[in-house]
Design a binder for this molecule. Structure first.
Ligand code: PRP
Ligand code: MN
Ligand code: MG
Length: 183
C-alpha cells in the first residue's frame, strides 16, 4: 500500500472541520479556565494529534503531560482491566486537569482515568473528547467538552489507528471493510 489514502472508503470529518470544532471547544475552555493554568493530559497514543491541535487553539497557558494506558491487550475487545504502560511525570494534586482524548468508545479508558486522577488529588477533572461513538458506550462518562459523534464504523485518522497505521491521516475517515475483515 503506497499511500495513506489507498484503503480509505470515505472521509467522515475533514481536516478543516476538525480544526473548526477544536477551536470552538478551545474558546470555551479558555473562558472556563481563565486565570488558571490547566494541566492537559493526553492518553497515548491516539490523543496526541488532538492534544497538539487543541493546545495551540487555546488562548490561555496550559501544561501538558502524557499517560499510556491499555485496556485492550492483544485483542480488539476491551479486557476491562487497565494497565499503566507509562505514567505521568506531573503530580496532579491540587491541579485542574483536563483530559484530552481522541475517542470515547466503551468509556472504560476514561472512566478509569477520571477515577484515578481524582484519587491522586486533582482539584478538578474534566474531559475533552474529539469523537464519541454512542452506540458503543458501556459505562457512563461525564464528557464536558465534546467534538463530534461518529457512527459505529471503523474510523481512523487524526490519531486513531488501525493496527498502528493511519494515525497520521489528517482527517477522520472510514476504512474499506476488506481492510479489517481480512485481519
Ligand atoms: C483507543 C482510543 C481511546 C480508547 C477508547 O485507544 O484512543 O483511548 O481506545 O476506547 P474505550 O472508550 O472503549 O476505552 P487504544 O487503547 O486503542 O490505544 P491507542 O490510543 O494507543 O490507539
Ligand atoms: Mn487511546
Ligand atoms: Mg488504538
Amino acid at each position: 500500500i503506497a499511500d495513506v489514502q489507498d484503503e480509505i472508503d470515505h472521509e467522515l470529518i475533514s481536516n478543516a472541520d476538525i480544526h473548526k470544532k477544536i477551536q470552538e471547544v478551545a474558546d470555551r475552555v479558555s473562558e472556563d479556565y481563565r486565570g488558571e493554568t490547566p494541566l492537559l493530559i493526553a492518553v497515548l497514543k491516539g490523543a496526541v494529534n488532538t492534544l497538539a491541535a487543541f493546545s495551540q487553539a487555546l488562548h490561555i497557558h496550559a501544561e501538558m503531560d502524557f499517560m499510556s494506558i491499555s485496556s485492550y491487550g492483544a485483542g480488539t475487545q476491551s479486557s476491562g482491566t487497565i494497565t499503566i504502560r507509562q505514567d505521568l511525570s506531573t503530580d496532579v494534586r491540587g491541579r485542574h486537569v483536563l483530559i484530552v482524548e481522541d475517542i470515547v468508545d466503551s468509556g472504560r479508558t476514561l472512566a478509569w482515568l477520571i477515577d484515578e486522577l481524582k484519587k491522586r488529588g486533582a482539584a478538578s477533572v474534566e474531559v475533552f473528547a474529539l469523537l464519541e461513538k454512542p452506540a458503543r458506550h458501556e459505562v457512563p462518562v461525564d464528557v464536558k467538552y465534546k467534538g463530534y459523534e461518529v457512527p459505529d464504523e471503523f474510523v481512523v485518522g487524526f490519531g486513531l489507528d488501525f493496527d498502528e497505521r493511519y494515525r497520521n491521516l489528517d482527517s477522520i475517515a472510514v476504512l474499506k471493510p476488506e481492510v479489517y475483515q481480512g485481519e
